[in-house]
Design a protein around this ligand. Structure first.
Ligand SMILES: Nc1ncnc2c1ncn2[C@@H]1O[C@H](COP(=O)(O)OP(=O)(O)OP(=O)(O)O)[C@@H](O)[C@H]1O
Ligand SMILES: [Mg+2]
Length: 501
């Protein structure tokens, strides 16, 4: 009788300096199934997958693939055996085309000359994208793609190896609902062909939609494996956080005061038009919309990253000139960007440096940085946000994805902004930490600050906002009070089917 498991990982342990990332973990995937791997930020999911992909070698443990014990020395080994991986952190080569990225390191070439057959490569890519119904031109440069499309290319690349086991580490954290549906279609057709998928995501709805089985890790320990029909959302959360989580959206009342932030007539041709909104003290304003509606571009223009064609910003009734992020910070505006790796984090620097970066001035006396004060401030943030790191000296690139996001939030909280703008603040963040970040937003509002939150997750928008504005194709199409807002109404405005402005 053949084994029903395609993969069996047993007693896997892995230690990094100061961190026991995995302790005696077991992980078994049945042939032709979608297996979700769940756990809080830093639980060890990516580490386990990087071991399976040959990037890390385990300190101990056994890996059996198709009933045979295997040793993986590199990702190349893994691919040759039929295991490929979509990484959590995208690493496209920006100046290369889609085709070049997909065939990187295995370009079809003419004999031994090394001359790449560009045509052939493009043709193969075109066929691959077509089969997956991904509508992109193989000759487009990676740098010209949106993050969502880069992710789709990454997915296509992993599939192009014709692997029997595909690991997807948070493939949906940067794509819209439509693209998630598309990905799920691809996953289902792979499954029909007998391919097994390991799927990592912090979005519980997705897990219940696509997974056959789920394995939970907590703090590097194996907790359990269950068929999806045997568990509920509540049960799954409890398995992940080790306790019951009562309030998913801990919104509390704050006293709403005068307008302290106003955006007037913001237009950038081809991107957004006529953007007008006000935010009051104590208010959380949600900006809803589909991905690509122009929300990120608007807040980046407010913050001085891009220049709008026209438009004015008022802080506490005074018109302010913002030509750069430094100007925005001076006017007490903070922005937590949606893509931490491209625009937020300095990967080779320490956790401390990354936290302190935007508020160094406050901790400088003459020429000296006051180390003790810096450490105290960072330590407070580390505790408040429960940032999982062995020390403040740790280089940030070694933190798990969700913990990197927390560092970014810590940075902006330390600038004590009056207006805090958060662009998809809880993307890639586990349920427990998500509630922590929401609590912080409430606290800021209660301290009389204005909070602006862009989110593509409707439950988050509905759960946290006092007021919601909705964007569609670069324009504001709707505004709803907390009492009026519903998923259906927001979707009508977000898809352009209705308008109330
Ligand atoms: N190369 C590394 N060097 C040092 N520590 C590491 C390294 N990679 C991971 N870690 C640590 O190991 C632990 C597990 O991290 P891992 O990335 O596997 O978590 P995760 O479950 O994928 O979390 P997330 O949901 O945030 O992506 C974390 O504490 C992390 O900081
Ligand atoms: Mg991870």
């Amino acid at each position: 009788m053949s084994n029903k498991y395609i993969l069996e990982m047993d007693s896997i342990s892995k230690e990094f300096p100061g961190v026991k990332a995995l302790n005696n973990v077991q992980f078994r995937v049945k042939k032709g199934t979608v297996h979700a791997l769940m756990g809080e930020n830093g639980a060890g999911k990516s580490t386990l997958m990087k071991i399976l992909n040959g990037m890390y070698s385990p300190d101990s443990g056994v890996i059996k693939f198709k009933d045979k014990e295997i040793k993986l020395r590199s990702p190349y080994d893994a691919i040759m055996m039929g295991i490929s991986m979509i990484h959590q952190e995208l690493s496209p080569v920006p100046h290369m085309t889609i085709a070049e990225n997909i065939f990187l390191g295995r370009e079809p070439s003419i004999g031994k000359t090394g001359i790449v057959k560009d045509r052939e490569m493009e043709e193969k890519t075109r066929k691959l994208l077509e089969d997956l119904d991904i509508r992109l031109d193989p000759r487009t440069k990676m740098k010209d793609l949106t993050i969502a499309n880069m992710q789709m290319v990454e997915i296509a690349k992993a599939i192009s190896y014709n692997s029997e086991l595909i690991i997807m580490d948070e493939p949906t954290s940067a794509i819209s609902e439509k693209e998630v549906d598309h990905l799920f279609k691809i996953i289902r057709s792979l499954k029909e062909k007998g391919v097994s998928i390991i799927f990592i995501s912090h979005k519980l709805d997705e897990i219940f939609k696509i997974a056959d089985e789920v394995t939970v890790l907590r703090d590097g320990e194996y907790i359990a494996t269950e068929p999806i029909e045997n568990i509920t959302k509540e049960k799954l959360i409890e398995m992940m956080v080790g306790r019951e989580l009562k309030h998913m959206f801990p919104k509390e009342e704050a006293e709403i005061g005068e307008v302290i932030f106003e955006v007037k007539n913001f237009t950038k041709k081809g991107v957004f038009y006529d953007i007008n909104f006000k935010v009051r003290r104590g208010e959380i304003l949600g900006i809803a919309g589909l991905m690509g509606a122009g929300r990120t571009e608007v807040v980046e223009s407010i913050f001085g990253i891009n220049k709008p064609d026209t438009g004015e910003v008022y802080v506490k009734g005074k018109k302010v000139r913002i030509n750069s992020p430094a100007d925005a910070i001076k006017n007490k505006i903070g922005l937590i960007t949606e893509d931490r790796k491209l625009t937020g984090l300095f990967l080779p620097l320490s956790v401390r440096d990354n936290i302190i970066m935007a508020s160094v001035d406050r901790y400088t006396k003459g020429e000296f940085i006051e180390g003790k004060k810096v450490d105290d401030a960072c330590e407070t943030m580390r505790k408040r946000l429960k940032i999982k790191t062995p020390s403040l000296d740790q280089i940030i690139k070694f933190l798990s994805g969700g913990n990197q996001q927390k560092v970014l939030i810590a940075r902006w909280l330390l600038t004590y902004p009056d207006i805090l703008i958060l662009d998809e603040p809880t993307r890639g963040i586990d349920v427990g930490a998500k509630a922590e970040i929401h609590k912080l937003m409430v606290k800021m509002a209660q301290q009389g600050k204005a909070v602006v939150m862009i989110s593509s997750e409707l439950p988050e928008i509905l759960g946290m906002s006092d007021r919601v504005i909705v964007m569609h194709e670069g324009r504001i199409t709707g505004e709803l009070s907390r009492g009026e807002a519903t998923q259906d109404k927001i979707m009508m405005y977000a898809t352009g089917l209705a308008k109330n402005i």
